[in-house]
Design a binder for this molecule. Structure first.
Ligand SMILES: *Cc1c(COP(=O)(O)O)cnc(C)c1O
Length: 397
């Protein structure tokens, strides 16, 4: 049994704030500041360059990758950390296309996060005019898989609506058609149970600053199925993905397995933050987390639907087909979210009309959910959102 009172005590949340945005930027776990301070003063400060060996900096992407791997069903040695998710999407996609040289089409869906689609477009442009990205509606993906598709590239949980793809089913379908798969787990890792091994995915990528709480700009992860890892030819062949970086050979030879997806110098301070942030998962059972997430989501939906008739549910009604977020639509969604934030209930807005709320059982209680729903109802009833300052758009929504 997971003790969610104990996990909540592991986070430093501002007094009085109800945080429903851990799907966008996770909050600060208590152990992180001390660990980062130690990495700065004891390691960087005292060891300087010798820290690469003495403090184990060079192995940190793999060691932390194994800890992330445990949360997504990946065996030790199959995940590494570094760069941002957009870069990891590019790497996975480029390598997958390279493994299917007789095909030229990437299939994705219109619910995917734009950066994933932009990276795919840019890659196609580089590879030549016969490469293309095809996008269909999320519900039409299964029917669009045929023997022209080189790579199926999907994000498991839709960042806007929380709709969740059936990963194992789509992988089986893609493999039967001879296609490879790249899964983006940005809104899955730390949010729902994931089993990359059991589902038999080829590549998986994701970020660590959402549900894994590594802090702004924390490193991304990449997984390659062990059956493919030794065949993969990295598109971004950086020196730290080389078999022997310190031999300084003039020719590139890929490193062992997923290590070849390392590119350049790893971000040690951010990796130290992530390493400490992962401690909060030590005693967490993902099935218990999932059950509690659904309980919190269902309670929020029921309360909001009962008290805010002008908000319409944008997420699937069946909790089994949702990730760990709930979204509603309203034409004045932006202003409503600003009014909520002013009342210390933090959600976010996604254009054109989505109010988005993340559910993170590690630090969110049923009482928090009640307070958030009541605050939202009060703002809707009183039209407190309809003030000029709440309509003014900031750079980040
Ligand atoms: C959050 C997110 C990203 C962000 O990519 P970065 O390179 O880390 O900024 C990309 N793809 C998806 C699906 C996301 O949810």
């Amino acid at each position: 049994m997971t003790d969610f009172t104990a996990t909540r005590a592991l986070f430093d949340l501002p007094e009085g704030m109800i945080y429903l945005d851990g799907n966008s930027l996770g909050p600060l776990p208590r152990g992180v500041a001390a660990r980062v301070a130690q990495a700065i003063t004891d390691e960087w400060g005292q060891m300087l360059i010798t820290g690469w060996n003495r403090a184990g900096w060079m192995d940190l992407p793999t060691r932390v990758g194994d800890r992330v791997g445990r949360l997504i069903g990946a065996a030790p040695g199959t995940v590494t950390m570094g760069d941002t998710l957009s870069i990891k999407v590019y790497q996975a996609l480029a390598s997958a296309l390279d493994l299917r040289p007789d095909r030229r089409v990437i299939l994705s869906d219109t619910g995917n996060f734009p950066s994933d689609l932009y990276m795919a477009e840019g890659l196609c442009r580089t590879l030549g005019p016969d490469y293309s990205l095809k996008t269909v509606a999320p519900e039409a993906v299964e029917g669009a898989i045929d023997d022209t598709i080189a790579v199926l590239m999907l994000t498991e949980v839709d960042y806007r609506t929380g709709r969740k793809h059936d990963m194992a089913r789509l992988i089986a379908k893609a493999h039967a058609a001879g296609a490879l798969v790249v899964w983006d787990l940005a809104h899955s890792a730390g949010a729902i149970p994931v089993d990359v091994t059991g589902a038999d995915t080829d590549f998986a990528v994701g970020c660590s600053y959402k549900y894994l709480n590594s802090g702004p700009g924390g490193p991304a992860f990449i997984y390659i199925a062990p059956r493919l890892a030794e065949q993969v030819r990295p598109a971004l062949s950086g020196w730290l993905g080389h078999e022997a970086p310190f031999a300084f050979d003039l020719d590139y030879r890929p490193g062992r397995g997923v290590e070849r997806m390392r590119v350049g110098t790893p971000p040690i301070l951010q990796l130290a933050a992530l390493d400490a942030a992962l401690d909060v998962w030590d005693d967490v059972d993902m099935q218990a987390l999932r059950a509690r997430s659904i309980m919190l989501q269902e309670s929020f939906i029921a309360q909001v639907e009962a008290s805010c008739p002008t908000l319409t549910l944008a997420s699937p009604r069946d909790p089994q087909t949702r990730g760990s977020q709930v979204s509603f639509r309203h034409p004045d969604g932006y202003a409503i979210i600003q009014a909520l934030i002013a009342a210390n209930v933090i959600g976010d807005f996604r254009a054109p009309d989505i109010l988005r709320f993340g559910f993170t059982p590690l630090y969110l209680t049923p009482e928090d959910v009640d307070t958030a729903a009541k605050t939202l109802a009060r703002i809707m009833d009183s039209r407190a959102w309809d003030r000029p300052e709440f309509h003014a758009r900031a750079k980040v929504t």
